[in-house]
Design a protein. Sequence first.
Length: 106
Amino acid sequence: MAEVKLFVEIKESNKFKDLAIRGADGNFCQAENIDDFCRLVFGNGYKAMNEESLTLRALGDTAYDAANRLGLNRKQLRLIRSLPDAQRTAVAEAIQQKANRSCGHH
């Protein structure tokens, strides 16, 4: 989740061009565009990181974390995001409960 929050901060501030990134060879470089930055820093492209940020915003921190622990895939998360607010909230709560049960919490 920290990576996704960092992505949102970098995307909104548009500061990716100013950041030096250590490459695999140990030398520092700068990303040419936001997709390049995402691949170098997060190991995923812009589209994947943006989708993660949309899911985080739609579910909230706790449910997002729970969905990741449960291993929900991108297609399932897209479906949840597309639900009307009331249904999405109910699903997010169910995800949290399921994750808590599967982790030994009651």
